[in-house]
Design a protein around this ligand. Structure first.
Ligand SMILES: [Zn+2]
Length: 105
């Protein structure tokens, strides 16, 4: 084996390993990012005065008590959570405080 070939092989091996490592790292970062964007959503079992069942994130200060809320799941946006809530309560609406972009009335 010529020295040149040896170094070239070694270089290619290192690059391919590094590439693999970077891909794994990038994937891990994206996964973490996705997890941090995912929030737990709950719907209020009791309707508001206007008949709306409010959808809240797990960290909202207006989150109802355990007995008055239904866990919807983890979603990256309140739109998906409201969609899920509508399976149970057709008149579901995002909370003005925690899910303002899904708050319509
Ligand atoms: Zn809320």
């Amino acid at each position: 084996m010529k020295p040149f070939n040896f170094f070239e092989r070694f270089f290619r091996f290192t690059v391919s390993r590094k590439d693999w490592f970077l891909k794994g790292y990038t994937f891990g970062v994206l996964k973490q990012l996705k997890i941090s964007l995912m929030k737990k959503y709950y719907v209020n079992k009791n309707a508001q005065n206007n008949g709306d069942h409010e959808v809240h994130t797990g960290d909202c200060k207006y989150l109802p008590d355990t007995s008055n809320r239904k866990y919807l799941g983890e979603f990256s946006s309140c739109k998906e959570a409201v969609k899920e809530a509508k399976k149970d309560y057709s008149q579901s609406n995002g909370c003005k405080t925690c899910s303002n972009e899904c708050h319509t009335s």
